[in-house]
Design a protein around this ligand. Structure first.
Ligand SMILES: O=C(CO)[C@H](O)[C@H](O)COP(=O)(O)O
Ligand SMILES: [Fe+2]
Length: 225
């Protein structure tokens, strides 16, 4: 059976002056996960939160584990462009490949996700998903459906063939979509096979966030086979 619906509101669209309350309300409204975008002003043209964030996805694994993260999802493109200087403080582990980074995240007791930007072909993931070592395989793939950087952008339906190709090849893999998801776009994403749904403005901008979360969930659940 395909994996269950997981609704992950992006707190990028929350009220930053009442973040704790917004997060609590969102969980009470039925969200499964909270999606926290770590943006560094370098990989994407925006800065969000995190300790003095850099372009390296490996640099902050331990810090985010200690801060309570369960799943650490990094960008494939950031990993392949990282350098030795991006290693975690106090280590000299050198350049990080996506497989090494997944193994490192697992060694810290977190699940690992790998994200691809709209211009990155899905083919780059096959070798990683088919890796011989289970420790080096991701627990989730994220197909970005906007250029990462900002909430409130339009959904890029042309990214959905990537989701479809992933779902056909990996019936049980959690597949996340992020960017422009709402009651208007969820059907296309769910049809393609996405089950982890990130929604920022659609949830935080809604009069009834619980109803939106529930509709997003229903759309995924009714397509499960
Ligand atoms: O990763 C992101 C942007 O890079 C956000 O998670 C995403 O944009 C969510 O916002 P919205 O649902 O409003 O598009
Ligand atoms: Fe995001």
């Amino acid at each position: 059976m395909s994996p269950p619906a997981i609704i992950a509101p992006s707190i990028l669209s929350a009220n930053f002056s009442a973040l704790g309350k917004d997060c609590e309300d969102t969980i009470n409204n039925g969200a499964d996960w909270l999606h926290i975008d770590i943006m560094d002003g370098h990989f994407v043209p925006n800065i969000t939160w995190g300790p003095a964030v850099t372009a390296s996805p490996k640099r902050w694994v331990t810090e985010f584990k200690n801060a309570g993260c369960d799943l650490y999802c990094f960008h494939y493109e950031a990993a392949i462009s990282s350098t030795a200087a991006d290693s975690p403080a106090g280590t000299s582990e050198g350049k990080t490949s996506p497989k090494e980074l997944i193994r490192y995240i697992h060694s810290k007791g977190m699940k690992a996700g790998i994200a691809i930007k709209p211009k990155t072909p899905v083919d780059v993931l096959w070798d990683i998903l088919d890796g011989q070592n289970a420790d080096e395989r991701p627990d989730m793939v994220l197909v970005m459906t906007v250029e990462p950087g900002f909430g409130g952008q339009s959904f890029m339906a042309e990214q959905l063939p990537k989701v479809k190709a992933l779902r056909e090849k990996y019936p049980e893999l959690p597949i996340e979509v992020d960017g422009g998801l709402s009651e208007k776009t969820i059907d296309q994403a769910a049809d393609a096979g996405a089950n982890v749904i990130v929604a920022g403005s659609a949830v935080f901008g809604a009069k009834d966030p619980a109803a939106v979360i529930s509709k997003l969930r229903e759309a995924v659940e009714k397509r499960r086979s």
